[in-house]
Every structure is written in C-alpha cells, then in structure tokens.
Design a binder for this molecule. Structure first.
Ligand SMILES: *[C@@H]1O[C@H](CO)[C@@H](O)[C@H](O)[C@H]1NC(C)=O
Ligand SMILES: *[C@@H]1O[C@H](CO)[C@@H](O)[C@H](O)[C@H]1NC(C)=O
Ligand SMILES: *[C@@H]1O[C@H](CO)[C@@H](O)[C@H](O)[C@H]1NC(C)=O
Ligand SMILES: *[C@@H]1O[C@H](CO)[C@@H](O)[C@H](O)[C@H]1NC(C)=O
Ligand SMILES: *[C@@H]1O[C@H](CO)[C@@H](O)[C@H](O)[C@H]1NC(C)=O
Ligand SMILES: *[C@@H]1O[C@H](CO)[C@@H](O)[C@H](O)[C@H]1NC(C)=O
Ligand SMILES: *[C@@H]1O[C@H](CO)[C@@H](O)[C@H](O)[C@H]1NC(C)=O
Length: 236
C-alpha cells in the first residue's frame, strides 16, 4: 500500500518535472522559428505581448539604422496591420506608422502615416528616414519590411502596433480597429542595446483607453467618449 503510494508520488513528480521540461522550451520565442521568403535574416526578434504579432530586427548603431520585419495577422485578409515608432510618446498619438494592406488586385502595399492625434492621421512622410519598404502577404499574414533611422545612440524606441479588419477602398484609409484590451495595450519599449533581451511593455496602466477613430462619420456618443479619453494618451 505504502509503496504503491510511493510509486504514485514518484510518477507524479516525474510527470511534473517532465511537464516543466516541456513547458519551459515552449517559452522560447515563436518568432525564432519564423523565416522570410527573401531569406532575410535579422539579429533579434521578439514575440510582441499583444495581438499575436512579431518583430524581427537588426540594429546597426554605426548607422543608427533599424531594419525590421513586422509580422501580424488581421482578423480578415482584407484588413490591415501597422507598426510604428513613436518618437514623442508611448502610444498612438505621435506614432510614425507603417501600415500594410492589400489593394484591390491583391498585392500588399505599405503606406506611411503621420498620426498626430486620433483625428489627424495624415498619409505621407514620417519624422525619420524610411527606406527598403515592402510587404508580403501569405496565408492571411502580413509582413512589413522596412529600415528606419533612429536617433543616434538611442538605447530604445517606443513601438506601437495594431491590426484592423478593413480598409476603405475608395480613400485607401484604414477603417478603425477594435478597442478590445489587446488593441489598447499594443505598445512597448523596443530596447536596441544588448542588455535588455526583449521589448516589454511597462505600462503604467492609468486606465488609459482610447479610440483610434479613422475617418469621420462618428456619432455624438462616440465623439463625447473620444473627448473624454482625449486627456489620456491614446492607445493605438
Ligand atoms: C552598419 O552601417 C555601417 C555604416 O553604413 C556599414 O558600414 C556596416 O556595414 C553596417 N553593418 C552591418 C552589419 O550591416
Ligand atoms: C545607412 O542609412 C542610410 C539612410 O540614413 C541608408 O540609406 C543606408 O542604406 C544605411 N546603410 C546601412 C548599411 O544600413
Ligand atoms: C506630422 O504632423 C504634425 C501635425 O500636423 C506636424 O507638425 C509634423 O511636422 C508632421 N510630421 C511630418 C514628418 O510631416
Ligand atoms: C470611404 O471613403 C470615402 C472617401 O473618403 C467616403 O466617402 C466613404 O464614406 C468611405 N466609406 C466608408 C464605408 O467609410
Ligand atoms: C541582438 O542579437 C545580437 C546578436 O545575437 C545580440 O548580441 C544582442 O544582445 C541582441 N540584442 C538584443 C537587444 O537582444
Ligand atoms: C541597461 O542599460 C541601461 C542604459 O542603456 C542602464 O540604465 C541599465 O542599468 C542597464 N541594465 C542592466 C541590467 O545592465
Ligand atoms: C516599470 O515602471 C515602474 C514604475 O514607473 C518602475 O519602477 C520600474 O522600474 C519599471 N520597470 C522596468 C523594467 O522598466
């Protein structure tokens, strides 16, 4: 009796250690198994903490250049994905944005948007140099490739990312994204220097919720909600 209890205990303990063994490698980043059609390699990658998105990057300090591949899957294939650096704040307001979607002929394109506030989303030049921009779309997943100039000797940059389910085909503007918690928490610090491993959000919380309202046509209720949250920084 006692010995069979012993055996049971032993089996449970081994089972638990086995589980632990199986689980810890599973914490290895998903991004490390992602590869690109153009065989481009990046020095670093991280699984971003929200929206099942991934950032691959190579930082070249001597050129202050950051080469990235941003991988994300919108809920619909006619949707959009976006990755931004915000040079002035943590979240959406100020985000210098690279946004990918599929045009009518199915080809993925990348547009740049200067997002000053939730009501000012202007296509055009960003606050820093951007080059080697392209996008891929495969099995519902977009990859945005780009190289950007970051401030000289920057230790980190504020990154913001987002997904949306549709693009206005007439205007080429992204339709606003959901406002579920992950959509409002999808920002973090990307540490460029070696001593921090991955970019992790250190959100102060503060109930900061916000709405990325793209385009017009909001009703008064939405407008007043937007005005209410305007005081808080707006999550992308
Ligand atoms: C980094 O940038 C410098 C200056 O443009 C260049 O000479 C060097 O080859 C780059 N390093 C890598 C690894 O690309
Ligand atoms: C260095 O940065 C410039 C843009 O500022 C870019 O044109 C050039 O390709 C970069 N060189 C490297 C090696 O990344
Ligand atoms: C982005 O928009 C703001 C406000 O309109 C403007 O002050 C800023 O110069 C713009 N940035 C770029 C790079 O055009
Ligand atoms: C798409 O954009 C056009 C032009 O800005 C606008 O007239 C139209 O109402 C928009 N469509 C939708 C569904 O929002
Ligand atoms: C990026 O990868 C390089 C080369 O493996 C490594 O030395 C460096 O510490 C990494 N940087 C970060 C921020 O993890
Ligand atoms: C990492 O580097 C930053 C400055 O770049 C420094 O403030 C911080 O103490 C360093 N952290 C560790 C653990 O070395
Ligand atoms: C996160 O923020 C808190 C409060 O501002 C600070 O005390 C803490 O050191 C930060 N942690 C990291 C990893 O930056």
């Amino acid at each position: 009796m006692a010995s069979s209890l012993h055996l049971l205990l032993l089996v449970s303990v081994s089972w638990i250690s086995l589980l632990a063994l199986v689980i810890s490698p599973a914490q290895a980043a998903t991004c490390s198994s992602q590869t690109f059609k153009n065989n481009k390699l990046y020095a670093n990658c991280s699984d971003l903490p929200f929206l099942s998105s991934y950032l691959h990057w190579t930082y070249n300090a001597s050129n202050s250049s950051l080469s990235i591949a941003f991988v994300a899957t919108p809920s619909k294939s006619e949707g959009w994905v976006a990755w931004a650096i915000n040079p002035t704040a943590a979240k959406m307001a100020g985000a210098q944005t690279l946004l990918a979607y599929k045009t009518e002929d199915g080809a993925p394109v990348v547009k740049t948007f200067n997002i000053t506030s939730y009501s000012s989303i202007v296509p055009g030049k960003l606050a820093f140099d951007v080059w080697d921009v392209s996008a891929e779309f495969s099995k519902g997943t977009f990859t945005i490739f780009a190289a950007v100039k970051v401030p000289k000797d920057a230790a980190s940059v504020n990154q913001v990312w987002q997904l949306g389910s549709a693009v206005n085909k007439t205007s080429g503007f992204p339709v606003k994204h959901d406002f579920a918690p992950p959509n409002l928490q999808s920002f973090s610090t990307l540490y460029l220097m070696a001593n921090s491993t991955t970019g992790t959000a250190n959100s102060t919380g503060g109930g900061g919720s916000g709405a990325l309202r793209i385009g017009s046509g909001g009703n008064m209720g939405l407008l007043s909600v937007s005005v209410l949250v305007l005081g808080a920084l707006i999550a992308f």
